[in-house]
Design a protein around this ligand. Structure first.
Ligand SMILES: Nc1nc2c(ncn2[C@@H]2O[C@H](COP(=O)(O)OP(=O)(O)OP(=O)(O)O)[C@@H](O)[C@H]2O)c(=O)[nH]1
Ligand SMILES: [Mg+2]
Length: 293
């Protein structure tokens, strides 16, 4: 039996979370076109015969602009040092810049280069060549997390490099995160999909209530914004936008959990929450509280 922790590290938006979801064949981590979608360390556990791969999705590494950004960077860097193996995920079609060099300088130990979004380019090998000088990578793979090309070969290589050892999680565990966490994240994903520009960066979610009754999962979620002016944007004219966000999130939750969902959303203004450790800590505390429930 082989098992181990495999950290995915890279710039924001290169497709780390999409790749984790692709390997698992289900969503454990939300994705979007907005930079900085993932804010936590999220485990996705991949089970195969004689094998358990614990994929560690992390926030995209970029120079922090506020306290939230600092926390996200710390989370990613910690995951890097805790892992048995590291995947440096980059995107084809975009040359390495200063942020990429800064990440390469932090790499340690055995790292595989993963050039994602290979579907966007004609010659994926060329993009491997552009990134290879950044670090003494043990191997390089071109993949498409979107259509799955190259992912099987990547995972075979990953599996072969993991140490022998017992599994870390029981066979039915797919993620370390409670259902409520993913439900809240799917609300945030709907906000990302249906709002533009800066709004997604100013939004946090907090699951206030969760109960199962009569085959229906009732979930209450607060959407936290950091300026009063953002509330009407989120609500939309006659509440149309928040209604669309609710419908989209409910359908996504129903799909992931194969259950009927009754979702209630509230928008709450908390000025400057991204720079207030108190709020950030209370968001993390809530997460732990849900985990222990
Ligand atoms: N064309 C193409 N797009 C992709 C591929 N993988 C991911 N994407 C898109 O790239 C965007 C970012 O994907 P994410 O998985 O959220 O990226 P991430 O690296 O987790 O981003 P952060 O959480 O912000 O660090 C989304 O719009 C994805 O649909 C791919 O293989 N090909
Ligand atoms: Mg992500």
């Amino acid at each position: 039996m082989r098992s181990g922790f495999v950290a995915l590290i890279g710039r924001p938006n290169v497709g780390k979370s999409t790749l984790v979801n692709r390997v698992l064949g289900r969503k454990v981590s939300i994705t979007s076109d907005v930079y900085g979608t993932t804010r936590h360390r999220i485990l996705g556990v991949w089970h195969a015969p004689e094998l358990q791969v614990v994929l560690v999705d992390t926030p995209g590494l970029q120079p922090p602009r506020d306290r939230l950004g600092e926390r996200m960077a710390r989370t990613a860097i910690r995951a890097l040092s805790d892992a048995d193996l590291r995947l440096h995920v980059v995107e084809a079609g975009r040359a390495p810049g200063p942020d990429e060099l800064a990440i390469a300088r932090r790499l340690r130990g055995t790292v595989l280069l993963v050039v994602n979004k290979a579907d966007r380019v004609d010659d994926a090998k060329l993009w491997i060549q552009r990134y290879e000088p950044l670090y003494a990578y043990a191997a390089a793979h071109a993949v498409s997390a979107l259509n799955g090309r190259g992912v099987e070969a990547l995972m075979a290589d990953v599996a072969a490099r993991l140490p022998e050892g017992p599994p870390y999680f029981p066979p039915d565990t797919v993620t370390d995160r409670p259902d409520e966490f993913l439900a809240g994240e799917l609300v945030r994903e709907a906000v990302h999909a249906l709002t533009r520009d800066e709004i997604p960066h100013h939004v946090a979610v907090r699951v206030e209530s969760s109960s199962h009754e009569g085959g229906i999962w009732r979930i209450g979620v607060h959407i936290i914004v950091d300026r009063a002016s953002q509330k009407p944007i989120l609500l939309g004219a006659r509440g149309e936008r928040i209604k669309a966000i609710g419908t989209r999130a409910r359908l996504a939750i129903e799909e992931v959990f194969a259950t009927r969902v009754f979702l209630s959303l509230w928008v709450q203004v908390r000025p400057g929450w991204r720079d207030r450790d108190g709020t950030l800590e209370s968001l993390e505390r809530d997460e732990r509280a849900t985990w222990n429930d």
